[in-house]
Design a protein around this ligand. Structure first.
Ligand code: ZN
Length: 207
C-alpha cells in the first residue's frame, strides 16, 4: 500500500516536472519572435536601436588607442607627435564618436532616413575613401555601424542628418554632388583607424 502511494507521488512529481519543462519551452518560443520584431522595427524605422553599443564593439578600446598612440612618434604627414597631441587625439576621437552617434540618435526621434558625410575641415586620410555629399541611409547605418565617423584618429568627418527624401527625389539636395556611398551590397572601404592625422594638421589642410 505504502509502495503504491509513494509510486503515485513520484508519478505526480514527474508529471509536474514534464509540464513545467514544456511550459518554459513555450515561453522561450514566445520570446523569440518578440526579439525579432524589435530587430525588424530597427530596420523599418518604427523604434530604432541606437548604433552606439554595436559601434563600441567594433571600434578599438580607449586603452588600445592609448597604447597605439604611445608607440607612434609621428602622424601620416611625418609630423612629430607629442604627449599633449596624443591626449588631444584621444579626446577628439571620443568626442567625435559621441557627436556623430547623437546625430543618429536625435535623427531617430525625428524620423531621419538619410545622413550625408560632411567635412567642416578637410580630411586627407578620408579623401581617397569618401567625400562630402556621400550619403548613407539609416538602414545602412543600422546594418553597418562602422559607417559612423570618426574613421581614424584625427578624423574631421561628420555625419549630418538629411531631411529630404534622397531616393525619391535625387534633385532635392542640400549640397551638390550628393550620391549614395554604397554602390553595391558591400560596405565601401573606409580608412584604417590607425591613420593618424594630428589635429592642428587637420585644421591646416582645410585652409
Ligand atoms: Zn577622416
Amino acid at each position: 500500500m505504502i509502495l503504491i502511494i509513494v509510486g503515485g507521488i513520484i508519478l505526480i512529481l514527474l508529471l509536474l516536472i514534464i509540464i513545467k519543462a514544456v511550459t518554459s519551452k513555450e515561453d522561450v518560443q514566445l520570446e523569440e519572435p518578440q526579439e525579432k520584431i524589435i530587430h525588424m522595427s530597427g530596420i523599418y524605422s518604427i523604434v530604432r536601436k541606437s548604433p552606439r553599443a554595436d559601434l563600441v564593439k567594433l571600434r578599438p578600446s580607449e586603452e588600445k588607442i592609448r597604447q597605439y598612440l604611445a608607440g607612434q612618434n609621428e602622424d601620416i604627414y611625418n609630423i612629430a607627435l607629442c604627449d599633449s597631441e596624443r591626449s588631444a587625439l584621444l579626446k577628439h576621437w571620443k568626442e567625435q564618436m559621441d557627436v556623430n552617434l547623437r546625430e543618429v540618435e536625435i535623427g531617430d526621434k525625428t524620423g531621419v532616413a538619410f545622413y550625408y558625410y560632411d567635412f567642416p575641415q578637410a580630411c586627407a586620410a578620408c579623401a581617397p575613401f569618401l567625400s562630402k555629399g556621400h550619403f548613407v541611409s539609416r538602414e545602412e547605418i543600422y546594418n553597418f555601424p562602422q559607417l559612423v565617423p570618426p574613421f581614424h584618429l584625427g578624423c574631421t568627418c561628420i555625419l549630418a542628418a538629411y531631411s529630404g527624401k534622397v531616393d525619391q527625389n535625387p534633385n532635392d539636395t542640400v549640397i551638390s554632388g550628393m550620391r549614395p556611398f554604397f554602390t553595391n551590397v558591400n560596405v565601401p572601404a573606409l580608412p584604417e583607424w590607425t591613420s593618424t592625422v594630428t589635429l592642428p594638421k587637420a585644421a591646416e589642410v582645410s585652409r
